[in-house]
Design a protein around this ligand. Structure first.
Ligand code: GAP
Length: 508
């Protein structure tokens, strides 16, 4: 496979060519960091949603779902702390005219040092074989220690400056590290400025009366403001959770990396309400549950890691990211946060409504503590695509491009292919397809040679191809071809649906 940058470009091109993702408003040259999901993309996206919803809501008796509005009362965002504080430090390069997030420039610089450490570790592992002890090597190797110390020093300066909102100190750090513009190499920087991430608009017909309202930057607040309604109408007992999937909007400063950082995106969030004092136990519980969710899809364990936050947001007493190794490195895919009682208490204060829970076992009322799990749907989509895209060299010397999407998430589960367009094969194929499509998303294809049709299905990740040939007309059997192994098996038509169901099974 080509280098990682090439791989990423190929994934983007493939997404367009095979109807997964298009640039929004492409005929008008596109809108930056906004994307449309195409015919195959929307199926994959819906399948990811459904896998999440099933495992979070339907498999847990104490978690229910909601679908709250995108527009909310403006005071919600004052209470949540977003108004005036939801911003990122940005910096412009005066020569290239490119804009960057100042903290990300420094983080990318640190990632390069980390990459060098990893290279040293990998080399040593090869040299020492089974006897290799990574912890000891990191603690004793002079060069690694020096690099680690440099990283620690940069991290201390960066997060210290971010916490203190000291924009001058961030600029000094960029200059001291001699960080150049990633596009042009120029070190001619503007000062660092704060950039508000919330989109706003006006609600109301008469401009004097109109209220500024915001497009929500996270779905979580829709859950917090409905906490009491759900608890009472659902007779929920602590511990319990409320989940939702929905759009969120952030006016991101830099929006590169395809669907990794978008201005309009979708989140799948769950707030789990617990007794004060129990939150760290539940925090660990949800960390374990969520990583298991990712790995149940058969994704390689070494591509995931936790990044526990040392610096915590003012409302959190523990936080960890699940990071995935995208083609551009390990990056945040999901956040798990112990948000204390910050949000409910803030809404209580701003709304004047009591948002407490009466705990019959303790015989007292309290404001519940909250553990949040928050994953970007689009990032999950990119995770699947990054892992699935493969260029395979075949025995005959040709290359096939295949998307090894976990079968349960694949846009089309099975495509029905008559071997030829005559002799009643198409009619038989349609008959089978009409049966199967009641259970699965299926497709039909009779155009081109069978080999070419298989390749087409490989490229969109269809796990099973069902071929109807002359023998089918005699004994009601078909061949079923497995996308990953390319092996074909002859099976009875009557067994097809059950067979596919078995293959799509997943352990939540
Ligand atoms: N309610 C908590 C919250 O919103 P966050 O870390 O800001 O926390 C949660 O976002 C997740 O949403 C991230 O882990 C990421 O997967 C996704 N996300 C955040 N900003 C995004 C963006 N601009 N584009 C795509 N996904 C994004």
């Amino acid at each position: 496979m080509a280098n990682k940058e090439d791989l990423f470009k190929k994934i983007i091109a493939h997404s367009k060519e095979y109807g997964f993702i298009f640039q929004s408003s492409e005929i008008y040259d596109g809108l930056s960091a906004v994307y449309d999901y195409a015919q195959n993309g929307v199926e994959l996206k819906n399948n990811i949603k459904s896998y999440w919803w099933k495992s979070m809501v339907q498999m847990n008796e104490n978690i229910v779902g909601i679908d709250s509005a995108i527009f909310m009362h403006p005071t919600v965002w004052k209470a949540s702390g977003h108004v005036g504080a939801f911003n990122d430090p940005m910096i412009d390069n005066k020569d290239s005219k490119k804009r960057y997030r100042a903290d990300v420039l420094v983080e990318d610089f640190m990632a390069k040092i980390e990459g060098k450490i990893k290279k040293d570790v990998d080399k040593a592992r090869k040299r020492f074989g089974d006897a290799f002890d990574e912890t000891e090597f990191r603690a004793t190797n002079g060069r690694v220690k020096e690099r680690q110390a440099k990283m620690d020093e940069i991290s201390k300066r960066l997060y210290g400056a971010m916490d203190a909102e000291d924009l001058t100190a961030i600029k000094e750090l960029i200059e001291d590290l001699e960080i150049g513009c990633p596009m042009s190499g120029s070190k001619n920087w503007t000062d660092v400025r704060q950039f508000d991430l919330m989109f706003n608009t006006q609600m109301g017909s008469v401009s004097e009366e109109a209220n500024t309202i915001y497009l929500r930057p996270e779905t979580a607040q829709g859950i917090f403001v409905n906490y009491l309604n759900v608890q009472k109408t659902g007779r929920m007992k602590i511990p319990f959770g409320i989940a939702q999937i929905g759009k969120a909007f952030r006016n991101e400063i830099v929006a590169r990396q395809f669907i990794f950082r978008m201005r309009e995106f979708e989140q799948m969030e769950m707030q789990f309400f617990v007794r004060p004092g129990d939150e760290l136990k539940w925090f660990e519980h949800w960390k374990a549950k969520r990583i298991a969710w990712h790995q149940a899809l058969g994704m390689p364990a070494e591509k995931y890691r936790f990044h526990d936050h040392e610096k915590l947001a003012h409302y959190a007493n523990a936080a960890s990211d699940i990071e995935f190794e995208f083609p551009f490195g390990f990056k945040e895919l999901e956040g798990i946060h112990s948000r204390t009682d910050f949000d409910l208490s803030a809404h209580m204060e701003h709304s004047g409504k009591k948002l407490q829970y009466f705990d019959p076992e303790l015989n007292k009322s309290y404001v519940p503590y909250v553990i949040e799990t928050s994953i970007g749907l689009d990032r999950m989509f990119l995770t699947i695509l990054s892992q699935a895209y493969n260029e395979e060299k075949l025995e005959d010397g040709s290359t096939r491009v295949v998307l090894n999407i976990p079968p349960v998430l694949a846009p089309t589960k099975a495509t029905v292919l008559p071997l030829t367009k005559k002799d009643g094969l198409p009619e038989k194929a349609r008959e089978i397809m009409n049966e199967l499509k009641l259970d699965y998303n299926c497709a039909y294809d009779e155009k081109d040679a069978i080999g070419k049709r298989y390749r087409r299905q490989d490229a969109i990740g269809t796990p099973y191809c069902i071929t109807i040939d002359h023998q089918t007309l005699e004994d009601n059997t078909v061949t079923i071809r497995d996308r990953d192994t390319m092996l074909q098996e002859r099976v009875a038509i009557a067994d097809l649906s059950g067979l596919i169901r078995e293959k799509l099974k997943i352990q939540f």
